[in-house]
Every structure is written in structure tokens, then in C-alpha cells.
Design a protein around this ligand. Structure first.
Ligand code: NAD
Ligand code: NA
Length: 396
């Protein structure tokens, strides 16, 4: 069938198989061009189908030659209905990786559940024996607690007082003011339950107890800090509370991994258009200004550039892993460079519906958004019939 984008707010209900496959090929090519990384050999990526997790899986395989197991939550295709983008991304990655002689298998289901964890542990035991790197890259609006069955929903709210600022509807380019009332204590706790470190800890404890972590294994989870303009709603808001918890969990995990010489890290990454970040108020306006500034300065990176740099310049060098005063790896260094943030602060008050065209890279934002779903990708013939019924070769 001919597949076109069908959007509802900040989600796209359709995805294009060939477009997603081309995105994956572009990421593979990028990593191959960067040369080899003396890195991990057996990798588990939790949240492997899109965004930073997909980039981590591609970098592990095409940078370091690793076999990978991916865990994700994606919608399979049905006749006349496309799969979600992460499904097509995974199909494309595993098809290519297997063809190139790499081990690549995956599980589709709720990573927060005990059942998916157990299935993943069994697969590692049978096929790989142990893993030496675990990437934790989940982004989810809700979590069912595996022990109590309680369902937690995360919220994106400030704490203490109402936050009022500008935002943009990136489809229309209309800049408007939004006010977000502060979260109550329950909303704060729920957001921490979803996006904090508890599930990461469950994964790492489970893997360790089952003897599935190699000596010297490391685990990395992803965090975000961002600029002053988003601070009240992001880093000092509910999601920031969850990120604080995630960052604290890295220390707990490092303690627990001492006897196998393992280590847990949090890497603070750059703001990028992903399915997760499009849903956060104010962030799209910030990203569209940031993109323009970083592209002009030649500093722009996507997920794959970020993660390739994380592996080759931070995690897998002969030196100690460089961290900040809070023990975090910082690959948001270019985003938070003083000259970049001064320019953001200068442009922010001037940003209006009228001025945005020239001031911001709204087209870059939109293109990245549609690219997430395999649309507007260079080299793809969108007039051609696509087969939506794509299978994932390594799906267990
Ligand atoms: P994303 O939406 O692209 O990826 C999320 C992944 O999690 C997908 O593979 C999805 O299938 C999987 N997933 C979601 N719920 C699941 C579940 N219940 N079970 C199994 N898999 C599930 O998001 P992303 O932007 O790559 O975010 C990954 C991490 O990076 C998050 O912790 C996010 O906060 C962080 N981060 C994002 C940004 C940004 O700007 N996008 C910046 C810095 C850090
Ligand atoms: Na991800």
C-alpha cells in the first residue's frame, strides 16, 4: 500500500518501512565511517527500537562488533495497518546485522514486567552466556509495577508553582503561552516510579543474581539537564525528580557491582527530537532555536553522533571515564556551551509566530519529527507501494 503520515498532535499513527530502513542504514553508515571502537562484545539494550537506544544498538554492533539483544515495546503490523516505527527500525537493523554476520535478537513486550525480564535472562543465558554492557534507554509515560500491579502515570509538571512560558505547535508554527499548574506529591512520586531508577535497578540486580553480567560489565542509563528556559518544567519539575532518582541509582548500582568490577553510569545527552521529547511542553520551541544555533556553529548532532561519541570518546578509551562533579558523563557539553546558551537566552524573548521562520529551525524540527516515522527521508520513493507486513528476523 501507499503509506502517508497520519498525525495526531505530537504522535504519528503510521510509519514507513522503507523510510525507517533508510534511517537505520544511514546510522549504520555513519558508525562505520568513524572507525572501530575497542568496546563491548555482548550487549543488552533496553529500549532498543528508537532514539538513543537504537543508536546504542547500532554503535555496539557496527562500532565494536558486538552481538546484541534488544528489548522494546512496539506495535506489529496488521494487514492494511502499519507497524510502529520502532518495529520497522528493528526489522531493518536485525536484517542487516544478521546478514553481516552479527548476533542480533530481540524481545517485544513490557520491559517493566518480570515476565520480559525473565525471558531476556533466559535468552542471554542460552545464546550469549553473559553480557558486558547493558544500556537502559526506556522512555515511557506509564509503568505497571511488577510486584504490586499498581499502574503509575508520569506527568510533566513544575513543582511548587505554576509555570508559564512560551511553546510552539511545531505543525503550525504558532507560538503561544502555556501555563502548567504544579504537581502534587502523588504525581511527583508516580513520575519517579515510571522514569526513576527502580526498574533499572531491578534489571541489573536480576541480571547479576542470575550470573549474566560479565566481569567488568558496565551499565549506562540516559538523562537530560537542559537550559534555564526549560528548567522549571523539566529538570526542576517532576521529570527532573525522576532523573535525580535515576542518577542516584547509578551509585547504588556501582556499589552492587563492585564484586564483579562493574560500574553504572548515567550519561547526560543532548536535546533531540524523539517520540519522547516531542511530548514535553516548551521543549519543541527550545529545540527549534537550539538546532538553528548549533547547525550554524557546526555543532549539531543527532542520536547516532551522540552515542558514537559516548562510546568512542568516553566509555571505551584507555583512560578513566570522564565524569562531572555528580559522577555523570556529559555528552550535552556542546548544547550547554556558553556561547550556545547565551544565544538561546537572547532569542527566547524574541520568539513569536512571525519571527520563528527566520529565527528558529522549525523546518529542521518538523523534518526530524517526520523522519522518526520514516517519512521525508532522502532517497525513499514514497509513491511506490510498500509491504507493511515486515517481520523482525531476530524476534524471540
Ligand atoms: P524514545 O521514545 O525514542 O525510545 C524509547 C524506547 O523505549 C523505545 O525503544 C520503546 O520501544 C521503549 N519502551 C518504552 N516503553 C517500554 C516498555 N514498557 N517496555 C519496553 N520498551 C519500552 O526515547 P529517547 O528520547 O531515545 O529516550 C531514551 C532515554 O534518553 C530516556 O531516558 C530519555 O529521558 C533520555 N534522553 C532523551 C533526550 C531527548 O532529547 N530525546 C535527551 C537526553 C536524554
Ligand atoms: Na531509546
Amino acid at each position: 500500500m501507499i503509506i502517508t503520515p497520519r498525525t495526531r498532535g505530537f504522535i504519528c499513527l503510521t510509519a514507513h518501512p522503507e523510510g525507517c530502513a533508510q534511517n537505520v542504514q544511514n546510522q549504520i553508515s555513519y558508525v562505520k565511517e568513524q572507525g572501530t571502537i575497542d568496546g563491548p562484545k555482548k550487549v543488552l539494550v533496553i529500549g532498543s527500537s528508537t532514539g538513543f537506544g537504537l543508536a546504542s544498538r547500532i554503535t555496539s554492533t557496527y562500532g565494536a562488533g558486538a552481538g546484541t539483544i534488544g528489548v522494546y515495546f512496539e506495535k506489529p503490523p496488521a494487514p492494511g495497518k502499519t507497524a510502529s516505527a520502532g518495529w520497522y527500525n528493528t526489522a531493518a537493523f536485525e536484517t542487516q546485522a544478521i546478514k553481516d554476520g552479527f548476533y542480533a535478537k530481540s524481545l517485544n513486550g513490557d520491559a517493566f514486567s518480570d515476565e520480559i525480564k525473565q525471558k531476556t535472562f533466559d535468552l542471554i543465558r542460552e545464546d550469549l552466556g553473559q553480557v558486558d554492557l547493558v544500556i537502559y534507554s526506556l522512555a515511557s509515560p506509564r509503568r505497571t509495577h511488577p510486584k504490586t500491579g499498581e499502574v503509575f502515570n508520569s506527568v510533566l509538571k513544575p513543582i511548587g508553582e505554576t509555570f508559564t512560558n512560551k511553546t510552539v505547535d511545531f505543525h503550525t508554527g504558532i507560538v503561544s503561552e502555556i501555563s502548567i499548574p504544579p504537581a502534587n506529591e502523588e504525581e511527583m512520586a508516580n513520575t519517579i516510579a515510571v522514569m526513576g531508577g527502580e526498574d533499572w535497578e531491578f534489571w541489573i540486580e536480576g541480571l547479576k543474581e542470575a550470573g549474566l553480567l560479565a566481569d567488568g560489565a558496565i551499565t549506562v542509563a540516559y538523562s537530560y539537564i537542559g537550559p534555564a528556559v526549560t528548567e522549571a518544567v523539566y529538570r526542576k519539575g517532576t521529570i527532573g525528580g525522576a532523573k535525580d532518582h535515576l542518577e542516584k541509582t547509578a551509585f547504588t548500582l556501582t556499589d552492587k557491582l563492585k564484586d564483579i568490577n562493574g560500574k553504572a553510569y548515567v550519561s547526560v545527552n543532548k536535546a533531540l527530537v524523539t517520540q519522547a521529547s516531542s511530548a514535553i511542553p516548551v521543549i519543541p520551541l527550545y529545540i527549534s532555536l537550539l538546532y538553528k544555533i548549533m547547525k550554524e556553529k557546526g555543532l549539531h548532532e543527532g542520536c547516532i553522533e551522540q552515542i558514537e561519541r559516548l562510546f568512542s570518546e568516553h566509555l571505551y578509551t584507555s583512560n578513566e571515564v570522564p565524569v562531572d562533579e555528580k559522577g555523570r558523563i556529559r555528552i550535552d557539553d556542546l548544547e550547554l556551551r556558553a556561547d550556545v546558551q547565551e544565544k538561546v537566552a537572547e532569542l527566547w524573548p524574541q520568539a513569536t509566530t512571525e519571527s520563528l521562520d527566520t529565527m528558529a529551525d522549525l523546518n529542521g524540527y518538523k523534518k526530524d519529527f517526520f523522519n522518526l516515522f520514516g517519512f521525508e527521508v532522502a532517497g525513499v520513493d514514497y509513491e511506490k507501494d510498500s509491504d507493511e507486513m515486515v517481520e523482525i528476523p531476530g524476534l524471540s
